[in-house]
Design a protein around this ligand. Sequence first.
Ligand code: F6P
Length: 497
Amino acid sequence: MNRVVVVSNRVPAPSAAGAQAGGLAVALEALMEQRGGLWFGWSGKIEASPSDKPRLLDAGRIRFATIDLDPEEHERYYNEFSNSTLWPLLHSMAELMTFDRRNAAVYRTVNQRFTDALVPLLAAGDMIWVHDYHLMSMPAMLRAAGVQAPIGFFLHIPFPSPDVLNSVPEAGALVRDLLATDLIGFQTRNDLDNFAEAAIRLGNAQRDSGGWLVADGRRIRLAVFPVEIEAREFAAIAEDSWRSVPAERLRRSLAGQQLILGVDRMDPTKGLVQRLAGYRRFLETQPQWHRKVSFLQIAAESRKDVIAYQDLRTDVEQEAGGINSLFAEPDWTPLRLIARAGARATMAGYMREARVGLVTPLRDGMNLVAKEYIAAQDPQDPGVLVLSRFAGAARQLDSCLLVNPYDTDEVADAIGTALGMSLVERTERWRAAWNAIEGASALGWGRSFLAALVRASSSGPQPGATADSNALQLTRMRSAPDLRRPEGQASPGLSLL
Ligand code: F6P
């Protein structure tokens, strides 16, 4: 089996790839362990004069290769261009975005440093899988360095309409850089359609009769691969954890009140302020629930050097304080806010305890917490998920209570509806949601993407592609027929362009 080279901004520490790491990191590692893998990216360290030579660490069949960033790179590439420009832009929240062309230049510099450090580590037969918005220029840079291996890119977050995208001068160049891939994967059809339109309008791409994009003599396949969780495994963790000491302590503290739960990163896209406003409206309009519920919001601190995130924390704390000062009683706290991450297993137990799960991002690529909440439920007595229509997960979990997170009254009403819902209706809605996620897995998601990458890169000559005699000679996947049978068995992405 040919080696997979995963490239991502963050690389999980090998030792963390268990209890603490999210399901996706674990699944990617499992995939790489099976076929041998190289995982390349940022070490998470900031050094005054970082070396361009990657630090290597072998763990089982996986080689981890990481480089450090210098303070300016960390600021301009990570905090600024990735998380203050691209993150809000790609979430269609241009009003939260800042732009400075110096940051864009450092973003390109870091993408080039990643490329230069990665290329010497590549070997014949590799297939390269680049992840997410931090590294959108890398596919073109890899091609410019002569890499002919299959390159796939997966965007974990949404992709906006070309009109929104156009608010950043660099956007057209980034779209063109991505067109150096063989396959680009998206979370939803909407993201795919937006990208295809942007590629045609800003990237000089065209559609061919087979439904591919063609740009600069290359054919690029677009497909949808909704990220999944290991649902059965998470369900088992939740069942165990529900009996654990932390869950037991939480239950005791509730003293019979129904638990409403939110678990998020403290991020402007998660709609935390709007969610709290919805809860406040619920308490105002449905006083019959006073003293009978308690809302636990876990909002793990994230990207704390980014100003929008600092402002958000202030706003969330203010809104939370306002709710408690208005509605709390000496012996009742309507809202508990924790601005720290909790262990994944503990969260699973809390999710099983919660009668209502609130997942109301303003926009979200997928939102795996929504899937985890469903997986964590007791099938005999499931809770109700109140889910934003603007989360990718809403496409699959449409049996849940879908809300517009900006509509305070709709969120308030949905909380009341969820709390008052009969066991029969809760079970019906939960069963439909469980059926949507039960059969899928994060590992299957990864396999599907790689299978589609093999197909995309082996589907015939690239029109107009030229051989570069000086190029690094990396074998294209179509010359590795042994790979194609097992890959071909994996299920494809949901839809193709
Ligand atoms: O959703 C995009 C993403 O990059 C995730 O992959 C990650 O878990 C999250 O955002 C946190 O990002 P950061 O690496 O900036 O802490």
